[in-house]
Write a protein that binds this ligand. Sequence first.
Ligand code: CMX
Length: 131
Amino acid sequence: MLKKIHHVGIVVRSLEEAYRFYRDTLGLPVHKEATVEDQGVRAALLTIGNSEIELLEPINESGGVAKFLEKRGEGLHHICFETDDIAAELEQTKQKGIAVIDQKPRVGLAGMICFLHPKANHGVLIEYAQP
Ligand code: CMX
């Protein structure tokens, strides 16, 4: 069962520049930062109460996040729902005929994660995460 919004993903040109607002102005602590090579991003998680903000900076020109930035500019990129059992959640979603990007959960910044396709979700990119 989906429990809550785990994080909201925001695409930015530069993590360092974005920190000036999200970390320094809003005061949200950065609790994790890592490069996810196969996704073409440097990403950071900032704590806000029981939820998180994920900032995504592209590290190459060919990844999905780089394409998003080029087409749409900086802004909201995805919503991530938390679950206790991501394998079951993904399987049930596939059985309901929803198009997914990841056929199996994989390791991501927020734990085990997977993405559903935005075309199947009224234009919103949705991620599941099992921290
Ligand atoms: N929200 C809504 N729509 C989106 C979107 C987003 N974040 N990203 C892309 N789209 C739309 C595009 O506008 C495009 O629509 P049109 O066909 O109408 O033009 C369509 O989806 C295809 O987009 P594209 O630019 O051609 O890009 P790709 O098909 O190469 O990839 C996507 C799109 C969503 C499959 C890819 O970006 C992806 O796999 N994303 C999920 C992975 C990800 O975001 N990883 C970063 C997080 C790192 C982590 O936590 O591990």
